[in-house]
Design a protein around this ligand. Structure first.
Ligand SMILES: [Mg+2]
Length: 271
């Protein structure tokens, strides 16, 4: 039986110094991403070995909101020098097969966004209307797919997130606050839909998914087994989750280790 392990990267499998927590010793860390000459993200040595040594029946597919350029920096998840056969990036708007985007997939997503009017040109005026605030440091666009604000978390009014979520949901955009980034994601761009495409392509019989944020919930819901990192936005937001989804006991980079150990067990059991 073929198992698909579809996992978010940041704060699920890989961690910045800021997000890894205090439970980890420096000698346990492996650098998995370098940015502007500096180590940017890490796994523990144990996590990396568990990922590389997953049973051969299990296909690992990274599922990330990172853009292609941001994703391609995370070479520490590769086993050897070859990237995974499939990678889901830009939150599901783009699927890479052997490193190249599947054009038909993204064209179809683009059509859905246009027909629902969830395109950046429609969104920006609404953002300007509501976010003329001192805690908005920058407005960024991810390759014409979605928008995120870089916010000052010290000044950000957490209590207003529910209010903003309602406003943007009514025009077809989901919100997700992760660290200093507040994402605005069109409802047509989901990790679950892209995962289901890959699942069908590799004819997987069983799907294990892992994540931490609200943008990962659809992915976990559409899997057979799911792991949700306890430190993440989804748990903090008290999001409703189905019974096949387990919240980790550990926090930070140790939650990543826990997820990979459990995935390795499931993978062996399903042989
Ligand atoms: Mg994440």
């Amino acid at each position: 039986m073929t198992v698909l392990f579809a996992s978010d990267l940041d704060q699920t499998l890989i961690y910045s110094r800021r997000s890894m927590g205090s439970e980890v010793k420096p000698e346990e860390l492996i650098e998995v991403e370098r940015f502007e000459g500096k180590p940017q993200s890490f796994m523990t040595e144990q996590s990396q070995s568990a990922l590389w040594e997953l049973d051969s029946n299990t296909v690992f597919v990274p599922v990330t909101t990172r853009t292609r350029e941001q994703y391609e920096r995370v070479t520490g998840i590769y086993e050897g020098s070859e990237p995974p056969q499939f990678a889901i990036i830009s939150n599901g708007a783009v699927i890479l097969e052997n490193g190249e985007p599947i054009k038909e997939w993204s064209t179809d997503i683009r059509h859905q966004c246009v027909s629902r009017k969830t395109v950046i040109e429609e969104l920006l005026p609404v953002i300007q209307q509501h976010f003329d605030e001192e805690w908005v440091l920058r407005v960024r666009q991810a390759e014409d797919w979605f928008v995120y604000l870089i916010v000052d978390r010290a000044l950000f009014p957490e209590e207003k997130i529910g209010f903003y979520t309602e406003i943007f949901r009514s025009i077809g955009w989901g919100l997700s606050l992760q660290g200093r980034k507040l994402y605005f994601m069109p409802e047509s761009i989901t990790k679950a839909a892209a995962m289901e495409y890959v699942r069908d392509r590799i004819q997987a019989d069983y799907v294990i998914a892992a994540g931490d944020s609200l943008l990962d919930l659809d992915l976990l819901e559409s899997a057979d087994a799911g792991f949700l990192a306890a430190h993440g936005e989804a748990v903090r937001a008290d999001a409703e989750i189905s019974e096949h989804i387990i919240v980790t006991e550990e926090l930070g980079i140790k939650a990543g280790e826990e997820i990979l150990a459990k995935v390795a067990d499931l993978s062996v059991q399903s042989k």
